[in-house]
Design a protein around this ligand. Sequence first.
Ligand SMILES: [Fe+2]
Length: 219
Amino acid sequence: MKNIKNFVEEVKVNGYKKIPDFLTSDEAKEIEALTLEAFNLAEESQYHINEEYSKVLSINKEDTKNFSYLNFLNDFFVDPMLEDFIKEYFETEDIEIVKIFLAESSNTGEEVNVLPYKMHFDKTRYLKFIIYLRDVKKGDGGTTFAKKEWNTKLQEELLARDALKEENVVEVYDMSAVDEIIGPAGTCTIFDTNITHKAGQVLGNNKRLVLRIDTRKKV
Ligand SMILES: [Fe+2]
């Protein structure tokens, strides 16, 4: 894992940050293989989604001790560098790495325009780490972000009226303000779900494979 210590400020200011080479290509390859093995060995109840076009395993820290095929994920739950980053980001010692999701997504054959594929921000605030385990090129469903100023005002307005929903759609007209994260396996994006973002839809033949770490301030 690359040392990301120096990027806390940037995530605070911009809401997100792309980290190329967070994992080396060898590390990404190894985790890809272990992830596929986990998909094979996991029990049905460990699946958040298990459908034709989408497989998602949801894993907590205990699971990484109790199931040998999930051991490889324990590193992420106990990594001091990650922990320090999250503490510094939220400016508190009281943080938690809530869950890790392993997700493989493929092309469903139709492009949709619904949440979470529309630009939005979330009510519940998480700091998420999205690590690509396979190359993500245009059309492979990279996560997309808009600069912070696009939702700050709207967010304040909705908050003031007590009208904040779990996911709040943001109309972004200036496409130059939008940034789709593509990159080779091992690329990581750190982001605050409070910033305008959208999930990527896979539109080609490549199956996207992502390891996502969800963290937050303890509530
Ligand atoms: Fe979201």
